[in-house]
Design a protein around this ligand. Structure first.
Ligand code: NAP
Length: 253
C-alpha cells in the first residue's frame, strides 16, 4: 500500500499529546512536512525537536482551535513556512467534565462545543481555500465512538462528536467534485492522557472500561495515527464522507 506522503504538508491539531503526537511522528516518518498545532507550547516544541532529530520536517504553531484568529494564523503560517497545504488531521478535543444532561453546566457545554465542534469547523473553513488552490486535499476530523452511540454522563461530548460526523459529511459532499476528501475517525478507548484523566489511574475504572472492549485491551495512539495516515494518503482516494471506526470492536457489540 502506498502511504507515501513526501512533498505533502499536513496540519495536525492537538498534536502535543496522545493521538495527535503519535500522528505527527507517523506523518513525518512517511515524509510529510508536519505542522504541530496545539495550545501546549513546551510539549509541542519538544515533539518538533524529536521529529527533526529523526530528520523529519516539522514546525510548532500555537493554536487554540476555538479561536478564529488562531486558526486563521495557523493556516497562514503553514503556507508561509511550507508553501502549500495538502492534508489536515483536525484532532484537538477535550472530554470536559462528566455530568448528566440535567447537571451539565453552561460553561462545560460551551467549552466542549467550542473546541470539539466549532474548532473543527473553523479549521476546515481556513484549510479548504488553501486546498482548493492546490487542486485538492484530504481532511480527517476526529470524532469518537461517542459520535456513533450515546455516552451516559457526557451529553456535550457525545453531541459534539456526533456533530463532527455531520459536519464532515456536509463538507465531503460540498467539495468532492473539487477533489477535497473529508473523512472522520471514530477512536474507541485509546491509551492517552485523556483516558488517564478519565480513569484517574484507578485499576477498577480501567477494568470496567475494558469489560466492554471485545479486543480485551485499549487501543494505542499509533493505531489511530495509521488510520489518519491512510485517510490522508492516495491509498484511500475514493473514500470520502466516511466515519471510520477504529475501536477493537467496541461499537459492534
Ligand atoms: P489528549 O492526550 O488530551 O491530547 C489532546 C491535545 O489537544 C492536548 O495537547 C490538549 O492540550 C490539546 N488541546 C486541548 N484543547 C485545545 C484547543 N482548544 N486547541 C488546540 N489544542 C487543544 O487527548 P487524545 O486522547 O489524544 O485525544 C485526541 C482526540 O481524540 C480528541 O478529539 C478526542 O476527543 C478524541 N478521542 C480520544 C479517545 C481516547 O480514548 N483517547 C477516544 C475517542 C476520541 P491540553 O493538554 O492542554 O488539554
Amino acid at each position: 500500500m502506498n502511504l507515501n506522503l513526501k512533498n505533502k504538508v499536513v496540519i495536525i491539531t492537538g498534536a502535543s499529546s496522545g493521538i495527535g503526537a503519535a500522528s505527527a511522528l507517523a506523518f513525518a516518518r512517511e515524509g510529510a512536512s508536519v505542522v504541530v498545532a496545539d495550545v501546549q507550547i513546551a510539549r509541542g516544541e519538544e515533539l518538533v525537536s524529536r521529529i527533526q532529530a529523526e530528520d523529519g520536517k516539522a514546525v510548532f504553531i500555537k493554536c487554540d482551535v476555538s479561536l478564529e484568529s488562531d486558526v486563521k494564523n495557523m493556516v497562514a503560517k503553514t503556507v508561509e513556512k511550507f508553501g502549500h497545504l495538502n492534508c489536515a488531521f483536525n484532532n484537538a478535543g477535550v472530554e470536559g467534565d462528566s455530568a448528566n444532561t440535567m447537571m451539565c453546566s453552561n460553561e462545560n457545554w460551551d467549552k466542549i462545543m467550542n473546541i470539539n465542534l466549532k474548532g473543527v469547523w473553523l479549521c476546515m473553513k481556513y484549510q479548504i481555500p488553501e486546498m482548493l488552490k492546490n487542486g485538492g486535499g484530504s481532511i480527517v476530523n476526529c470524532s469518537s465512538v461517542a459520535g456513533i452511540v450515546g455516552f451516559s454522563g457526557s451529553p456535550a461530548y457525545t453531541a459534539s462528536k456526533h456533530g463532527v460526523i455531520g459536519l464532515t459529511q456536509a463538507a465531503a459532499l460540498e467539495f468532492a467534485v473539487k477533489k477535497i476528501r473529508v473523512n472522520a475517525i471514530c477512536p474507541g478507548i485509546i491509551q492517552t492522557p485523556m483516558i488517564e484523566r478519565f480513569t484517574h489511574g484507578e485499576a477498577e475504572v480501567t477494568k470496567m472500561l475494558m469489560e466492554g472492549e471485545p479486543a480485551g485491551r485499549m487501543g494505542l495512539p499509533e493505531e489511530i495515527a495509521q488510520a489518519a495516515l491512510w485517510l490522508c494518503s492516495d491509498a484511500s482516494s475514493f473514500v470520502t464522507g466516511h466515519p471510520l471506526v477504529v475501536d477493537g470492536g467496541w461499537v459492534a457489540r
